[in-house]
Design a protein around this ligand. Sequence first.
Ligand SMILES: [Zn+2]
Ligand SMILES: [Zn+2]
Length: 83
Amino acid sequence: MIFIISLSIIFYFICMEIDKPTPTENPLMGECPDCSEKVESGWLVCPQCRVVLRETCQGCGKVHDRWVKYCPWCRYLNATAST
Ligand SMILES: [Zn+2]
Ligand SMILES: [Zn+2]
C-alpha cells in the first residue's frame, strides 16, 4: 500500500515537471540600420533588405551586432548605430 502511495507521489511530481512552462527566451531586439526592420541579436543579415547586421568591433576585434550603440565587450562607441 505504501509502495503504491509513494509511486503515485513520484508520478505526480513527474507530471508537475512535464507541465512546467518552458521559459520563454526574450532575445535582444534592434532595428536594421538600413530599413529600420526589427531584427534580433545574432542575426547575420537583415531579412528585409539583406544588409549585413554583424561587424567587427574596432576597439576589441570581437564581432557584435551593427545596431548596438556600444560594443558590449569593450564599450567602444559604435559609429554606425549612433547616427
Ligand atoms: Zn534591413
Ligand atoms: Zn569591442
